[in-house]
Design a binder for this molecule. Structure first.
Ligand SMILES: C[S@@+](CC[C@H](N)C(=O)[O-])C[C@H]1O[C@@H](n2cnc3c(N)ncnc32)[C@H](O)[C@@H]1O
Length: 271
């Protein structure tokens, strides 16, 4: 099967891809990502015959994806000359969903093996560059044009990095560009600590390496960085409006547990 060569954290791409593909089967999807379904069919030829059950707990991830898309669209509408750094892109089809104008230069970065798989599943396009590198080896930044506004998107990536690496990444991006928006998601400290017991992460032999109870405070890492806002995930109105009834009930129950509603925080900064 294509993708069998992925190891550890790289395998988490399949979790989020499946969530997006199943969303696309809903009568009124949250994201409506046809590319995710197409990629799932290529990766798993039996995808259409599989029984996935009616519960869709992965929809919280789809809400996260939609939030990042909405924030990116609004930044690009105001900054049509921007450079986009989509870090830890996995197999996400954001560049195709957003379809930015030719004035935007878009960079998708992930480990080389993930990028190779991406190239087999998703088509090339103009003003779009793939970078196969660890995000923590910051030499990739030398390949990005400077002097333009930057949009940095890191969806489902930051928890897999150490706090030291997140800090180096954020401060290096702010130092490299005149202005921009940085959007990502983090997990709470309890979720970071407990992640070594999470069955889905154990299955892929990975875990989280950082967590923040107050992600807004990360703005203190750089004098030019300013916290903007946070979007809901596990209790988001779109999830409660569009998820199947049994999934909504599960989230309502889960959200009664302390710390659950804010176990993942989707946050936006500007500079
Ligand atoms: C949970 S997946 C999210 C993928 C994608 N952002 C999405 O939302 O569909 C995490 C991704 O981060 C990538 N990743 C983790 N650590 C990385 C690193 N140090 N450098 C580059 N990519 C990394 C993994 O390979 C994987 O593609």
């Amino acid at each position: 099967m294509p993708g069998a060569e992925l190891v550890g954290v790289q395998k988490t791409v399949s979790l989020v891809l499946k969530a997006k593909a199943l969303d696309n089967r809903l009568p009124d999807p949250i994201l409506g990502d046809k590319y995710a379904e197409q990629a799932m069919r290529r990766l798993d030829p039996d995808y259409d015959n599989r029984r996935f059950g009616t519960s869709q707990m992965g929809l919280a991830v789809v809400v996260r994806t939609k939030t990042h898309d909405d924030w990116a669209r609004s930044f690009l509408a105001d900054h049509p000359d921007a450079v986009v750094l989509h870090l830890g892109c996995g197999l996400d089809a954001r560049v195709y969903r957003i379809d930015p104008p030719a004035t935007v230069d878009w960079y998708d970065l992930d480990y080389p093996s993930v990028i190779e798989l991406r190239q087999r599943l998703l088509p090339p396009r103009a003003h779009y560059t793939l970078i196969g590198s660890s995000v923590t080896d910051l030499t990739w930044l030398d390949r990005i044009p400077r002097g333009r506004p930057v949009l940095m998107i890191a969806e489902g990536l930051v928890p897999y990095l150490t706090e030291t690496d997140v800090r180096r990444l954020l401060t290096s991006v702010v130092d490299a560009f005149p202005a921009g928006q940085i959007q990502f998601d983090t997990v709470a400290v309890w979720a970071w600590r407990a992640s070594k017991w999470f069955p889905t992460l154990r299955k892929y032999d990975t875990r989280f390496h950082c967590g923040f109870n107050d992600p807004a405070a990360l703005a203190d890492w750089h004098p030019r960085l300013e916290y903007v806002d946070e979007a809901p995930m596990n209790d988001s109105p779109v999830l409660m409006a569009k998820a199947p009834a049994n999934t909504r009930r599960m989230f309502r129950l889960l959200n009664l547990l302390p710390g659950m509603k804010r176990s993942t925080r989707i946050v936006r900064f500007r500079f």
